[in-house]
Design a protein around this ligand. Structure first.
Ligand SMILES: [Zn+2]
Length: 110
C-alpha cells in the first residue's frame, strides 16, 4: 500500500510516487526527501520490497532533519537496513508500539 502522506514529528510530508527518474544534479536517485517542501519522492520502477526500503531510508532522512541529527548517508543506509530487517522479523512489535502510542508513562527510554 502506498501511503499518501506521513507524519514526522509535528510535520506532515506528502509522498510523491513517480515512474520518472529522480535527478539531483548529476545523480539519479531512487528516492529523495525534501525537508523544505515537506515531500518524499519515491521512484516506482523497482520491486515493492526495494521501494519500501527506500521509503524507510527517506523517512530516516526526514527524522534526521527534524531532530537535527546530521546523519551521514552511510548512517541512514545502515539504520534503514537494520530497521527494515527488524520490522520484517518482528511485525508484532510495530503493532504493540503503535497501540501503546499515547499511553506514555512519562519514563525516559534508556
Ligand atoms: Zn539518502
Amino acid at each position: 500500500m502506498l501511503v499518501p502522506r506521513i507524519k514526522i514529528g509535528h510535520l506532515w510530508y506528502d509522498m510523491v510516487y513517480t515512474d520518472k527518474e529522480i535527478v539531483d544534479g548529476t545523480s539519479v536517485l531512487v528516492g529523495q526527501c525534501d525537508s523544505s517542501k515537506l515531500t518524499i519522492t519515491i521512484w516506482t520502477g523497482r520491486k515493492e520490497s526495494a521501494m519500501n526500503c527506500t521509503i524507510l531510508h527517506e523517512i530516516l532522512h526526514a527524522i534526521g532533519f527534524e531532530r537535527d541529527l546530521d546523519l551521514t548517508e552511510r548512517q541512514v543506509n545502515q539504520l534503514a537496513c537494520g530497521l527494515s530487517t527488524f520490522i520484517c522479523d518482528n511485525p508484532e512489535v510495530i503493532t504493540c508500539l503503535s497501540s501503546a502510542h499515547g499511553k506514555s508513562s512519562g519514563h525516559s527510554d534508556g
